[in-house]
Write a protein that binds this ligand. Structure first.
Ligand SMILES: NC(=O)c1ccc[n+]([C@@H]2O[C@H](COP(=O)([O-])OP(=O)(O)OC[C@H]3O[C@@H](n4cnc5c(N)ncnc54)[C@H](OP(=O)(O)O)[C@@H]3O)[C@@H](O)[C@H]2O)c1
Length: 243
């Protein structure tokens, strides 16, 4: 069994705990502010690798501390992309290892590819206009979701007639070069992402619906196993084929 630390003992951290044994990991540390534990040599108990699911304001610092302690990290927390360049440099400096990604579900990563292809096809038709929206449970701390941002970036990079994404409420007319991507929060919805292409004649919608969050925890554990024998920075999307 390989030694794993769980950083963040919320919904995702608990699921990782439940499944870790099936993936060959022994949990040697659970970092949970409620229990007064933190990422430090004394509390990490010799972990080789950590799976981090906390919140945007905490993730970057947790990754940094793990790198300083020589612990590899799989970080599923979203909303810290603006610090990615900085973190990549630190991974190189410490000869460390990191997997990060906005969505650890294999299905969502297929959905990214489907949306990419759809956008390429839509470049050949001027009749269709694109939109997106996502739904998540009422406990979710970030909005839009990291997955929504990833999908919007895919659309932006592929659609020739779009230059900007707007996530906020629009109290004006949308411009032709904008993509509007909305977020709804309610109940216990694990996560739904919808991309639509609409014309005067018909409408095409692509939809990904997560049934539960176990697939996401399993993806994080597979990524952890992948990382044990590697160094460097990896986006979950790029390693999916090897997991
Ligand atoms: N990549 C993916 O596939 C994926 C999938 C699901 C979720 N996510 C993302 O993962 C993150 C966590 O999601 P979740 O649903 O598990 O959230 P959650 O249930 O709110 O759990 C977050 C946990 O992190 C703890 N925490 C906060 N600051 C911490 C710190 N400095 N050190 C250690 N723990 C800390 C919180 O403790 P307190 O309650 O005491 O503050 C809480 O227990 C979110 O950013 C979410 O968007 C990503």
């Amino acid at each position: 069994m390989r030694k794993l630390a769980i950083i963040g003992y919320g919904q995702m951290g608990k699921l990782v705990d439940e499944l870790a044994g099936d993936y060959g990991f022994e949990i040697v540390s659970r970092i949970d502010p409620q229990k007064g534990t933190e990422v430090c040599a004394g509390d990490m108990n010799g972990a080789e690798i950590a799976i981090e699911f906390t919140e945007p304001g905490a993730a970057v610092n947790n990754i940094r501390k793990c790198l300083e302690l020589g612990i590899k990290v799989v970080c599923g927390t979203t909303g810290w992309n603006d610090k990615l360049e900085e973190i990549i440099k630190e991974v190189t400096k410490h000869k460390g290892a990191l997997v990060y990604g906005s969505n650890f579900s294999p299905g969502m990563n297929l959905f990214y590819k489907i949306v990419e292809s759809a956008a390429e096809i839509m470049n050949h038709s001027e009749d269709y206009d694109v939109y997106g929206y996502e739904l998540h449970h009422r406990h979710k701390k970030d909005s839009p979701s990291g997955t929504a941002k990833q999908l919007a970036q895919i659309l932006l990079s592929k659609l020739k007639n779009k230059e900007q994404v707007v996530y906020e409420c629009l109290e004006r007319k949308r411009t032709d070069k904008e993509i509007h991507f909305a977020s709804v929060r309610g109940g216990e919805i694990p996560g739904e992402h919808i991309i639509g292409f609409d014309s005067a004649f018909d409408s095409i919608e692509l939809k990904h619906v997560a049934r539960n969050r176990k697939g996401l925890a399993a993806g994080a554990l597979q990524a952890a196993w992948f990382l044990l024998s590697r160094q460097g920075c990896y986006n979950f999307r790029d390693i999916l084929g090897e997991l």
